[in-house]
Write a new protein. Sequence first.
Length: 262
Amino acid sequence: TGHKWGYGEEDGPSAWHKSYPIAQGTRQSPINIVPEEAVYDSRLPAISINYDNCTSLNISNNGHSVVVEFEDMDDRSVIQGGPLENAYRLKQFHFHWGGKDCDGSEHTVSGKTYVSELHLVHWNAVRYRTFGEAAAAPDGLAVLGIFMEKGDGHGDLHTITDALYMVKFKGSVANFKGFNPKCLLPSNLKFWTYPGSLTTPPLHESVTWIVLAEPIRVSDKQMAKFRMLLFSAEEEEQRKRMENNFRPPQPLKGRTVRASFK
Ligand code: B30
Ligand code: ZN
């Protein structure tokens, strides 16, 4: 896949605007969330996550992250409630992380960064025919962001980290059936929500962000496995470790962040 963007000196976040001018748009992501400035909305329904009949397909390295994809032909795994007007279907999840533990998340909370951030990407199949169509529409996507902090390792995260050796190189894909991401959720689903964008090119302003306040835990050993992945393909001579694949916070530009909790 011939992406010309990346996370390096030359092709990283500060260069993206040259090929993707929307990088300087009015609803870009991620952002720094300031809890004191978020507006508690008592009429915001709870977020409802229904992954009961969820079917994962494969795990892959797309050259910017590791991605687990789902069958999205019907409404078997959906998110609804919160700021969403209808159910959104799970398409994939992926991670962003740092090279060291001092950074890695895309969203920050009062300037605090986490070691990693999990994104569960859902699309509006009520209003759009395909994921691609939804990804370019203002109400097309809903991404559930979950912070990961250093600790004992959460639930079944090891199922993912133990599979990473199979997708070390860019372009590699491995079978990954029967994984239910329900096991990756924290116990409390309180959240912040705001209108934003994809955090990677094409940076479309199509995402309703739902960022959970409660982080999940990832161990040192598990983070080391993420950092064994490579941005480069097997045939490339220059091996580049996959790390620091996060975009820094973008200007809020007058947007309101709403909180589901006081
Ligand atoms: S994120 O959650 O905001 N980080 C996409 C989805 C979620 C986010 C970012 C991007 C997305 O669907 N991007 C378009 C898909 N890719 C295909 C791919 O797998 O690899 C196309 C592309 O970038 O232009 Cu490379
Ligand atoms: Zn992401």
